[in-house]
Design a protein around this ligand. Sequence first.
Ligand code: PGA
Length: 251
Amino acid sequence: MRNKIVAANWKMNLDHKDGINILQEVSDKLQFKTNAKVIIATSYIHLHEAISLKNLNSQINIAAQNCSAYDSGAHTSEISAKMINSCGVKYVILGHSECRDHLHEDNYLLMQKVSQALSNNLHIIFCCGETLLQREKKIHFKHIQKQLEESLFHLSSEYMSKIYIAYEPIWAIGTGVTASSGQAQEMHKYIRSLFSKKYGDICSESIPILYGGSCNSANASELFSQPDIDGGLIGGASLKADSFISIIKSF
Ligand code: PGA
């Protein structure tokens, strides 16, 4: 049985007080047993307090939204995987399309970040996704394959239990246009086949593959009911406790 996962990606939203308030509200409202692992990627300013909240619901896990490719040193503004781990945080998002685009993160840099995160004992939500143009040119499968091969496939299979994939078509992120459940399922199945070829069936059957891109409480059940969709990475709809909770209930 694969892990079901619902992960929030707050991006650059919520100041310190608002973030802690929403976290507390989600924590209070999560008074039911869910079979989904719940992960909340706050911004860096919240991480330490989020982890230290005395009454944080034990079903909630906290994630960082990125980490440096380096261990330490002259990298002004960056935060290392070691620092993240030192706060007690055990998860990190890597390869989000906004970081690939705005921060010019390429597959090679992401490979280094992946190694840093794993050597500091973090679980990784690794994002991949194509542009609309790539989909129209029908090169989206090749593109996703390259992203995964160049950033993840250097790993030996022992690390695979720490990797979660988030398929996030760029044309669906923050646009209100969701991939249809058929489009998402098709890509998730393809991604699973790549893991099967590289690491074998046991690994590919156990790796969680999340969908991200305008996933919300209205479309989550339909998406999550697909055989290869194991949950979601949720941006906009994670910024309100009630909508995030109703996505968690969508399995
Ligand atoms: P969205 O963002 O749900 O607002 O589309 C998802 C993401 O970028 O992770």
